[in-house]
Design a protein around this ligand. Structure first.
Ligand SMILES: [Zn+2]
Length: 236
C-alpha cells in the first residue's frame, strides 16, 4: 500500500522515498507525490533521481488492481532500476501537473455553471471536458464562458475533508457524477469544497484558490446523443 502524499498536499513537487519493488515497466515506492490515473485525471509524469544523480523517467502512474498500491511506469528501456530499499527522490513534471490541477478545478466550476448531472469527463494537459445530461436544454457558449470567468474571479478557496461512507449515503445530493460513482468501501470519502460554490466527492488534485485557474475559455459544445452535451474548456 503506497502512502499518497499528493492527497494531503497537491503542491508537493518532490519527496525522498524508498523503492519497494522494481521491474521493467513497474516501480513501487513506499510513498509518492505522483498522482495515479483515475477519476478522469491522467497519471503524473516526472522522474526518479538516484543517489548518484542519475534519473529514471516516469511516463505514467497507475493503481494496481488492489487500488492501494501505485505503480510508476518507467520509460521504455530505462537503463537501471532502483534496488528494493534504495532511497530515491520522486520529482514531478510540475508544469504539466499544475496545468492539470488548474484544468481539473475549472471543471468543478463548470459543473457549478451547469448544474446538471455529469455523465462523464476528463482532464487533459491544459484542457478538459465534462458531459452533462441536460435534457432538452441548449447551451450558450458565450454565456457559459462569462459565468465561468465570474466564478474564477471570486478567487474562492478550495479545501478538502473526509466523511464516512454512511454520511455520503445519507447525502446522495453530493454526487454530481451519475456514472462515475465516488470510491466507497474504504470507510471514508474525500470531499472537495470550493467555498460557497461547490461541494462534491473527488480524489483528484486541485489548486488552492480558484483564481489560480486564471484564464479559461469554453472551446466547444457538442451534442452527444439526444440528452447529452459535451462542453470543452481550455486554459488561456
Ligand atoms: Zn476534483
Amino acid at each position: 500500500m503506497t502512502e499518497l502524499l499528493f492527497r494531503d498536499d497537491a503542491y508537493r513537487r518532490e519527496a525522498e522515498v524508498e523503492a519497494i519493488e522494481a521491474a521493467p515497466g513497474r516501480i513501487v515506492l513506499d510513498s509518492t507525490v505522483f498522482y495515479a490515473q483515475g477519476g478522469g485525471q491522467p497519471g503524473d509524469r516526472g522522474e526518479l533521481v538516484r543517489a548518484d544523480g542519475s534519473t529514471i523517467a516516469v511516463v505514467n502512474t497507475v493503481y494496481d488492481a488492489d487500488r492501494k498500491t501505485i505503480a510508476h511506469i518507467p520509460a521504455e528501456g530505462a537503463a537501471q532500476l532502483p534496488a528494493p530499499g534504495e532511497r530515491v527522490t520522486a520529482r514531478l513534471d510540475w508544469e504539466l501537473r499544475y496545468k492539470r490541477m488548474r484544468a481539473h478545478t475549472a471543471l468543478h466550476l463548470l459543473s457549478v455553471v451547469l448544474p446538471y448531472p455529469v455523465t462523464g469527463g476528463s482532464v487533459g494537459d491544459g484542457e478538459g471536458r465534462l458531459d452533462f445530461d441536460s435534457g432538452e436544454v441548449g447551451f450558450d457558449k458565450a454565456d457559459i464562458q462569462r459565468r465561468l470567468e465570474a466564478l474564477v474571479a471570486t478567487d474562492a478557496a478550495v479545501t478538502t475533508r473526509w466523511i464516512t461512507d454512511e454520511e455520503l449515503a445519507a447525502n446522495p445530493g453530493l454526487v454530481k457524477t451519475m456514472k462515475v460513482k465516488p470510491p466507497t468501501g474504504s470507510g471514508r470519502v474525500r470531499l472537495v469544497e470550493i467555498a460557497g460554490l461547490d461541494l462534491q466527492p473527488c480524489g483528484g488534485t486541485h489548486v488552492a484558490r480558484v483564481g489560480e485557474i486564471d484564464r479559461v475559455a469554453v472551446t466547444g459544445i457538442e451534442k452527444k446523443g439526444k440528452l447529452n452535451r459535451r462542453v470543452r474548456i481550455m486554459l488561456g
